[in-house]
Design a protein around this ligand. Structure first.
Ligand SMILES: Nc1ncnc2c1ncn2[C@@H]1O[C@H](COP(=O)(O)OP(=O)(O)OP(=O)(O)O)[C@@H](O)[C@H]1O
Length: 382
């Protein structure tokens, strides 16, 4: 007899790893054209030259990192003449950390901790590439996080000029950027002396059908048959489309199944998804806030505080007037930061007047939660 009850030693997951953020998906569809573009950038390096630079642009969770890592894996299986290096700028935010990461990929170990200068790390990298006649491709993932204090300009400059001190050492940069308002190429052209001229590779948000396809592939591999019905999947797709980030959908599926297990059910019901959404909402918020610069985080916190204090709608001009941080940023930078919070769906910007500069700013999350996650004022300001 088919039972609806799950025993305590039974699980609905065939493999729970399939829903973890670092899982490398077996099926990777809907990004064929971007993968082709990336492969094209690599081609000159396969022929002994320098790869072409690229900027992969798209909102969070649109497959930028996965695409670059896929191409890097293909490189590793094809040639030893190219050293692909992945740098997660959320973790490695200084020039020294970025070059240590590259050093580790070239030499197989990190540089000695004490007393070694950035210049000597770079010299060692350049020398090794020259001797071994190898070409370097560095992926700066979430490169916008290095944008402040011109770390990004310094890093790109040093890499692209490596060949000047070490003829034959060739390096290229693949930068991924989720801040759709930041024109990294123009920003860099102010700082980077060597020709950067990146190709722009755009990653549009997945539509509902594509999100369904991605989630269905994972459900097929990660869960036992019958655990997740089509109608339950529809609920998850609806929630995922709100943020546009596939990670939200994957996380919701995992949590909903865990909730079903907890209730000793053999299949997910709507209640499991509602509960999962309440649990996951803040996890997603925390991840998005973590990826902000310190100044953007302070602005978001201020908006949350003002939302608690004010009863009427908040408008951008009034928010600017009440930013307390010193030195205060100019209005143009402030507007750009606001647009970024809007593009990350942390706030909604509603134009008050056609063509005017003023917008109504509506926080999309509970202000108390935002203040709590943003942390103390003034901590870690860049
Ligand atoms: N086409 C796809 N097929 C299967 N899984 C995908 C696909 N696109 C994205 N994913 C999954 O979604 C998650 C987020 O993808 P990824 O990290 O590549 O996005 P991203 O655009 O780099 O995001 P961010 O800008 O936040 O770094 C990962 O778990 C990845 O495996």
């Amino acid at each position: 007899m088919r039972t609806r009850l799950l025993m305590s030693d039974q699980t609905l997951f065939r493999s729970i790893d399939v829903f973890e953020i670092d899982y490398v998906p077996e099926f990777f569809n809907y990004r064929e054209s971007q993968l082709k573009d990336l492969a094209y950038q690599v081609r000159p390096a396969l022929e002994g030259g320098r790869a072409l630079n690229a900027i992969c642009r798209g909102l969070p969770g649109t497959g930028k990192t996965s695409s670059v890592l896929r191409i890097f894996t293909e490189i590793e299986h094809t040639t030893r003449k190219i050293v692909p290096v992945y740098v997660n700028c959320q973790n490695d935010r200084t020039k020294y950390m970025v070059f240590s990461r590259i050093y580790a990929a070239v030499f197989g170990h990190t540089p000695a901790r004490t007393g070694i200068s950035i210049k000597s790390v770079l010299d060692a990298i350049g020398g090794a590439l020259q001797r071994q006649e190898k070409s370097l491709i560095v992926c700066l993932d979430d490169a916008n996080l290095l944008h402040y204090n011109n770390t990004l300009g310094d890093v790109v400059n040093s890499l692209l000029r490596l060949h000047q001190d070490y003829p034959g050492a060739r390096a290229a940069v693949f930068a991924t950027v989720s801040d759709m308002n930041l024109d990294i190429a123009t920003e860099l052209s102010k700082w980077v002396l060597s020709p950067f001229r990146p190709s722009d590779i755009y990653f549009p948000p997945y539509d509902a059908g594509e999100i369904r396809g991605i989630l269905l592939d994972r459900i097929r591999i990660g869960l036992y048959p019958g655990v997740f019905s089509a109608s339950m999947l529809d609920c998850i797709i609806e929630q995922t489309m709100e943020s546009g980030d596939v990670r939200v959908g994957l996380d919701l599926v995992k949590r909903a199944v865990l909730n079903a297990e907890c209730a000793a059910r053999t299949e997910v019901v709507e209640e499991d998804i509602t509960k999962a959404y309440a649990q996951a909402k803040h996890v997603h918020l925390a991840c998005t806030i973590r990826a902000l610069s310190a100044d953007e985080r302070l602005l978001l916190r201020r908006i949350a505080e003002l939302s608690q204090e004010e009863t009427g709608p908040l408008v951008s001009g009034a928010i600017y007037g009440r930013v307390e941080e010193t030195p205060k940023v100019g209005y143009t930078v402030f507007s750009r930061q606001l647009r970024k919070l809007d593009s990350l769906r942390l706030v909604d910007l509603i134009r008050v007047q056609a063509g005017g500069r003023t917008s109504e700013v509506a926080l999309r999350y509970e202000p108390e939660k935002v203040v709590q996650i943003c942390g103390k004022r003034g901590v870690g300001r860049e």
